[in-house]
Design a protein around this ligand. Structure first.
Ligand code: SF4
Length: 67
């Protein structure tokens, strides 16, 4: 954790997360580790209207995609 990400700028160009204050933005390896540890998924896994709710739970993911 905390390593420099050489892809950060490129990742930010396509990042679907709108939580601007997050220190993990653009560092996808840290992002997914953080969310999986909390039984969640990163914001980019959700459609925009669900992402905006900041509910990153597996349950919200399944509901969003009709699973
Ligand atoms: S999905 Fe979560 S960890 Fe990733 S950038 Fe957004 S708020 Fe941060």
């Amino acid at each position: 954790m905390g390593q420099d990400c050489t892809n950060k700028d490129r990742n930010l160009e396509v990042c679907g997360c709108t939580y601007e204050a997050c220190t993990r933005r653009g560092k996808c390896c840290e992002c997914i580790q953080h969310h999986l540890k909390n039984k969640q998924l990163p914001g980019c896994c959700f459609p925009p209207e669900v992402e905006a709710s900041f509910d990153r739970s597996f349950k919200a993911f399944a509901k969003a995609w009709g699973l």
